[in-house]
Design a protein around this ligand. Structure first.
Ligand code: B12
Ligand code: SF4
Ligand code: SF4
Length: 228
């Protein structure tokens, strides 16, 4: 994304202490989400993490905040970190886990040119499967300097071996997509401990962006959430 004017740079600077990045942006017409006062968002800035970039900031908040022991701490941290930033820049914040679900993956496809891997997760040419979205900042006006970025070719096209399709012990990753029920049943059984401790074996098998692979603490946290 090209940088000017300074609003985009200022938002990047505000995200940095939280280990978060401005991942991409898109302009919307009548299909933008409702931001109140009879208005729809015309610009969306997608905020996310790269690998474990946000993890130490999140864990520090969790250890020091009175809300750290409450359910869904990562979602609570996202709100604690990003709501003030949204207010500072006159934006409306949307969060991925808040119903009604906003189409974060469709937005990311448009903003970053990403496509879905066989796991259902969007794959990034540099980060592989090791990234996610923490919020979208929505603006009532088209924003100068915000526009789609083209990040590179779709890695799954060049992946001959496709190890993700033959690693899952529950056969939950099929060419037609991720099957939630077999995965969930496997995680509930004793054999599911390997996925719970090491992270999704199919995701781990992907060679793209291996240096961005999540820390063990982060992998266990996400697997515990998936098992619930
Ligand atoms: C509900 C949900 C799930 C459900 C899926 C149920 C279903 N069949 O839809 C379950 C619980 C299974 C799930 C699992 C995971 N999810 Co999920 N999930 C969501 C959530 C909150 C809503 C999806 C939705 O309905 N969106 C609304 C529609 C209108 O938006 P959309 O962009 O058009 O939706 C797309 C997705 O629904 C997608 N889709 C359809 N089925 C599935 C199944 C899976 C597993 C995924 C990932 C996507 C997906 O296709 C749509 C078309 O593009 C999104 C956040 C969000 N707001 O999008 C995260 C989200 C899609 N999940 C995400 C992730 C990372 C995961 C997990 C890896 C998390 C984990 N704990 O391990 C696992 C995947 C496990 C695996 N082995 O691959 C990320 C994906 C990031 C990325 N790089 O693409 C998101 C965007 C959340 C985030 N904070 O970044 N998820
Ligand atoms: S292993 Fe290959 S096909 Fe599977 S997600 Fe990674 S790049 Fe795509
Ligand atoms: S978590 Fe385990 S069972 Fe679920 S899709 Fe990944 S490898 Fe398969």
């Amino acid at each position: 994304m090209s940088g000017p004017p300074s609003l985009i740079d200022d938002i990047r600077a505000a995200l940095s202490p939280h280990g978060l990045f401005l991942r991409g942006s898109l302009h919307l017409d009548s299909d933008g989400p409702d931001i109140g006062s009879d208005q729809r968002a015309r610009t969306i800035l997608l905020i996310g993490h790269e690998g474990s970039s946000h993890w130490s900031a999140f864990r520090h908040w969790q250890a020091t905040s009175p809300d750290g022991d409450l359910p869904d701490p990562l979602d609570r941290w996202s709100k604690a970190a990003l709501t003030p930033i949204a207010q500072q820049f006159d934006a409306t914040a949307f969060f991925p886990s808040d119903p009604p679900f906003q189409p974060f993956q469709q937005w990311a496809m448009r903003a970053e040119g990403l496509k879905a891997s066989p796991l259902g997760i969007l794959i990034h040419p540099r980060l592989g499967l090791w990234h996610g979205y923490r919020a979208a900042l929505a603006f009532a006006d088209p924003l100068d300097g915000a526009g789609a970025v083209e990040v590179g070719p779709f890695p799954c096209d060049a992946c001959q071996d496709k190890p993700c399709l033959r690693t899952c012990p529950a056969s939950a990753i099929l060419p037609e997509g991720f099957q939630y029920q077999p995965c969930r049943s496997h995680l509930a059984r004793a054999e599911g401990v390997a996925c719970l401790e090491q992270g999704c074996l199919a995701r781990n098998a992907c060679p793209v962006g291996a240096e961005y692979r999540y820390t063990h603490d982060q992998l266990r946290f996400h697997m515990a959430a998936l098992k619930r």
